[in-house]
Design a protein around this ligand. Structure first.
Ligand SMILES: C[S@@+](CC[C@H](N)C(=O)[O-])C[C@H]1O[C@@H](n2cnc3c(N)ncnc32)[C@H](O)[C@@H]1O
Length: 207
């Protein structure tokens, strides 16, 4: 899928649906927060939420005292809505509108969080560009916290094909530069009451 088509798809989603209507809505992103705090330990450094959309994660990260928080999304509408929701607190956040498979540089971050974006990247070249950028962004010792649909979970999201992962598939995709800290499954309940099986992992960049 070309960037233009992706932008069109996601802008339409965010311009036509309320945040509470989308299947990935969660009032409290506790699973992500727990894994991020595990990865962070006692530090509250630089963190980026890739494909953050209208997630409440950014609110929770500010509350938790992270010093440098960035939210990236391909949809300008999603970013603007999240900024508006945060009000004055939005000025403490770096906002980036970009296709993560096309961005050249994001600067350095200690934690890269991605819930339900990586699984949309089904094209091998796009996936390689994502992984190259991940490695350029996370220093050795940094953490990749990722949540995707699990093997046995949904096969599509927002009408788009996705790639399912389990611990073995994620490790094969990430390669030897990343070591697992924790892997788990998580059941997400959509606003319409459907259960979706997610795979979540914390990976540390080791080389
Ligand atoms: C399923 S939603 C998940 C949103 C958020 N992470 C959450 O958990 O609520 C996927 C998000 O990824 C964004 N997205 C999809 N493809 C992207 C890409 N190539 N680059 C950046 N963002 C992308 C969408 O606009 C959308 O906000």
């Amino acid at each position: 899928m070309k960037t233009m088509d992706k932008v069109q798809h996601w802008e339409e989603v965010y311009q036509t649906k309320s945040p509470l209507e989308v299947s990935w809505y969660e009032p409290d992103p506790q699973q992500s927060v727990d894994l991020i705090l595990t990865a962070a330990g006692s530090s509250r450094g630089r963190i980026i939420d890739v494909g953050g959309g209208q997630s409440f994660l950014v609110d929770r990260l500010i509350d938790a005292g992270f010093a440098h928080v960035a939210v990236l999304d391909i949809s300008n509408a999603a970013i603007e809505a999240t900024k508006a929701r945060l009000g004055e607190r939005a000025s403490n956040v770096r906002w980036i509108v970009a296709d993560i498979t096309q961005a050249d540089s994001l600067g350095a971050f200690d934690i890269w969080h991605d819930r339900a974006v990586f699984h949309f990247i089904t094209d091998a070249e796009d996936r390689q560009r994502y992984l190259d950028l991940l490695k350029r962004t996370l220093p050795i010792g940094g953490h990749f916290v990722v949540g995707t649909f699990a093997v046995g979970g949904p096969e599509k999201c927002s009408g788009l094909q996705i790639q399912q992962y389990d611990a073995a598939a994620m490790q094969e995709t990430l390669g030897p530069s990343f070591e697992p800290v924790k892997c788990c499954q998580y059941e997400h309940m959509t606003p319409s009451g459907k259960s979706q099986l997610f795979f979540f992992g914390i990976y540390q960049r080791v080389m």
